[in-house]
Design a protein around this ligand. Sequence first.
Ligand SMILES: *[C@@H]1O[C@H](CO)[C@@H](O)[C@H](O)[C@H]1NC(C)=O
Ligand SMILES: *[C@@H]1O[C@H](CO)[C@@H](O)[C@H](O)[C@H]1NC(C)=O
Ligand SMILES: *[C@@H]1O[C@H](CO)[C@@H](O)[C@H](O)[C@H]1NC(C)=O
Ligand SMILES: *[C@@H]1O[C@H](CO)[C@@H](O)[C@H](O)[C@H]1NC(C)=O
Length: 357
Amino acid sequence: MFLTDRPGLLVLFLTALFRLASSQTIGSSNGAILCSGTRTIQSSPHSHWGYITSPNHSQSYPAENMQCTFKFQPKADEQIQLIFSYFNLRESGEVPATTNCDLSDSVKIFIGTSRTNFNPGNQLGEYCGKKHPEIVMAVGQPLTVIFTVRTKENPNIKALHMFKAKYAFTKDYGIRTQAEHNKTAGCHFIFDGRRVSNTGDFDSPNFGGLYPYAVNCLYTFRAYGNQSIRLNFNKFEVDGHHDCRRPDDDYVYFQEGELNWKNFASPADDDDLKRTKNATLYCGKRAPPQINFGNRVVNVLFKSGQQWTNHGFRGTYTFVGHPGVFLPRSSSTKGTISSTTPTSLTLLALILAQCFS
Ligand SMILES: *[C@@H]1O[C@H](CO)[C@@H](O)[C@H](O)[C@H]1NC(C)=O
Ligand SMILES: *[C@@H]1O[C@H](CO)[C@@H](O)[C@H](O)[C@H]1NC(C)=O
Ligand SMILES: *[C@@H]1O[C@H](CO)[C@@H](O)[C@H](O)[C@H]1NC(C)=O
Ligand SMILES: *[C@@H]1O[C@H](CO)[C@@H](O)[C@H](O)[C@H]1NC(C)=O
């Protein structure tokens, strides 16, 4: 779906189109853009990103009881990433939004399949007032945003009350890197010492925001010539406790030499590595030390479970030495999300393509 299954949306987009074309704000017709019910959003061949906003954007949303649901449905090989760029919702006069969101307008973000399945475990967060939502991502499962308006307008407060968020259906897990992406494995990135800079970063998925639930990511480092591999972590916020062996602990694990692909594929909450007594897992306060590896192949495995999330890690690799020969960077190298942000003109073209297809 994008435009064609809902006349209201078509009106919305034509309005947006007209606004873009005339660069003026035009009074919106009441009702047409008040949200109600659920809007399902998927990628299409023409479009893999867009914006969601509060009703009557870019004015304050109306102070009328309402609930708007946006349900993002990524395809099997896609992730959905949501980035809020503006967030200021009306607060209750009785219970301020800094206390809790119970009486204020709010945005709730869920990972999950249906509303009846929602439980505290798959609510990623509830946001109200000016508490800006984190950048969130879901892998292969839906992400749902519920916007609830319950407060009355306070004529003494002259703030712009609205939200705006950009969504993108990605295939690179939000990982910005020169490394080769092995798409057949999903989240697998290969750092070939002949192709990448001799030092650089490797990040958990959606770094800068919260890492997704139930994701397995693998970073393979291959040294050549007289190179050796050194890894250290500048930031490490991986959810878990003690030795990271509880079913819902997330973790990072280092494998020198080739990885057993069975260990890569199994979900974090049912995992041989957690049962292997001599495997060292890192999580929580137990961040990995700087390690100089003797082996020419090092695999870093990161797994998250279904329950928790956090900000993840930023690692730095260094190939110490010389690879003997340098090879061109792989052509499959993916750009970053921000470097592919389309201009208004491409946006116009996309909208036109949607309207006339
Ligand atoms: C939307 O914003 C316009 C411009 O401020 C305002 O005139 C109109 O009443 C608003 N519509 C609703 C439904 O609040
Ligand atoms: C890519 O992933 C597959 C598993 O899906 C694995 O068998 C293959 O060896 C990987 N390719 C490289 C170059 O590591
Ligand atoms: C753990 O010990 C067993 C038996 O000595 C060995 O085969 C295995 O490779 C070890 N695993 C790790 C992760 O060190
Ligand atoms: C590593 O290899 C490079 C070029 O192949 C050579 O110039 C350098 O001396 C070597 N370093 C060591 C420590 O062997």
